[in-house]
Design a protein around this ligand. Structure first.
Ligand code: PMP
Length: 447
């Protein structure tokens, strides 16, 4: 400690954060948590409190905290060399690219590594707009695709879109939100037909050659909403007629998280694979890996050099390879399906008696609990904030999200190694927190 440190008044980490970081860098909880370490599905804060982690640092701690296989691969690689850049051959990068190409389902696939999901989507947009020689993009309403200038321009969720300036002309289409909006009352087939007619109409109005449609198979930040299975296949059929590319943003849905499928697009697999797939978050289990997969003809359309200084760095790639091994060897997709299925059932049973829960939805270990003012359709972000606080007090970390500028959907997305006992424990805490919020908002008194 320096003399200066001694002289500095004792200031909380929260106050120091606020004094030096941007105001728009959102923090969870009235009294934000400093997470100091983790193991398995648990994390600990600076005061020694232990929490069951049902958010995994925004679906990024995909397998487990401090997974020995990943930690060992990282530390062994770190002892050899930290950085070389993409100007040199990088064995761990080639290995991970080969494996991702093989599991992507995209024929003649090429893989480009970035350091985040934003940069992956930015690259996908560069490829699609160059390949099609057009800056027109179709995106789904309520979407989130990242925080860069280009990614914000295709983000329909307005609470995450701080500017309307954009290098792209973006047209927003229906389909991402099943149970709200003008088509909500329709059955699945009629919903798909109405959305497809709307897309056809939109394509007729663009007056140009649209480059691509980008879609999250399950909208993450938007509150774990998704179209009926098959909608993206119907879109794909129409887009093909116009030569429009399909970009599947699998930043949250990839690697088996949805249980039923390895990729979210496979819920629409009559369509075949997308032209471009983007990934990030879970593959590095916390190391910063993002990337794009596209068939060679699309990936190779750029006519100038492009490199990434950090993308594909040996340490992150070592983590990715070890993490993917673990995921496949332990069939974590199967675990997400089984344990996620039990958790979904359990939460639906809890919700059945509570006026503040409008819907419990999801697939695998990607479950959304939408909260409203009791027995209405009006979003209740204050209920979601309260549930987060109460769950935290009882040792459970959750996420939240949602559309229309409200965070009224609880997001449940634990690491994919979650055990049945942990699912039960988390569900019991969540039930308690939901009951508290329901009482507070007058849910039971109204029944
Ligand atoms: N796409 C989706 C679907 C996401 O959920 C996110 C992050 N929440 C991103 C892109 C951006 O990823 P990153 O934060 O790594 O830039």
């Amino acid at each position: 400690m320096t003399a200066q440190d001694h002289a500095r008044p004792q200031t909380s980490l929260h106050a120091r954060h606020r004094a030096v970081l941007p105001d728009w860098l959102a923090l969870y909880y009235d009294d934000p948590i400093e997470i100091t370490h983790g193991e398995g599905r648990h994390v600990w804060d600076g005061d020694g409190n232990c929490y069951l982690d049902f958010f995994g640092g925004i679906l990024t701690t995909m397998t487990a905290h401090a997974l020995p296989e990943v930690t060992k691969a990282v530390s062994e690689q770190a002892q050899r060399i930290l950085h070389t850049s993409s100007l040199y051959l990088d064995r761990p990068m080639v290995e991970l690219a080969e494996r991702i190409a093989a599991v992507s389902g995209i024929p003649d696939a090429r893989v480009f590594f970035t350091t985040s999901g934003t940069e992956a989507n930015d690259t996908a947009l560069l490829l699609a707009t160059t390949h099609r020689r057009s800056n027109q993009i179709l995106a789904l309403r309520n979407s989130y695709h990242g925080r860069s200038f280009s990614a914000i321009g295709i983000t329909g969720n307005r609470s995450w879109s701080p500017t309307s300036l954009s290098p792209l002309q973006t047209l927003y289409v229906h389909g991402g939100v099943r149970t709200r909006g003008p088509y909500a009352a329709l059955d699945d087939d009629a919903f798909i037909a109405a959305c497809t007619e709307d897309l056809a109409d939109m394509l007729g109005q663009t007056g140009g050659e649209v480059a691509a449609l980008i879609a999250e198979p399950v909208q993450g930040v938007g509150g774990f909403t998704s179209p009926p299975d098959g909608l993206l296949a119907a879109y794909r059929e129409l887009l093909r007629e116009h030569g429009v590319l399909w970009i599947s943003d699998e930043v949250q849905t990839g690697w088996g998280r949805t249980g039923d499928h390895f990729w979210g697009w496979q819920a629409h697999d009559q369509a075949g694979p997308p032209d471009i797939l983007t990934f990030a978050k879970g593959i590095g289990n916390g190391m910063s890996i993002g990337g794009v997969v596209a068939r060679a003809e699309v990936m190779n359309c750029l006519r100038a050099n492009s490199i990434s200084t950090f993308g594909g760095s040996p340490v992150t790639m070592a983590a990715g390879n070890a993490n993917l091994n673990y995921l496949l060897e332990h069939d974590l997709q199967g675990n997400a399906r089984r344990v996620g299925g039990l958790l979904l059932e359990r939460l639906r049973a809890v919700a059945a008696g509570l006026g503040i829960v409008r819907e419990v939805r999801g697939r695998g270990l990607m479950i959304g609990v939408e909260l409203v003012h009791p027995h209405t359709d009006t979003p209740a972000p204050q209920a979601a904030a309260l549930v987060l606080e109460v769950a935290r007090e009882h040792g459970l970390l959750l996420g939240k999200g949602g559309g229309h500028a409200t965070s009224s959907v609880l997001r449940v997305a634990p690491p994919l190694t979650l055990t049945v006992a942990e699912a039960e424990e988390g569900a019991a805490i969540l039930e308690r927190a939901l009951r508290t919020a329901d009482t507070e908002l007058g849910g039971r008194s109204e029944r």
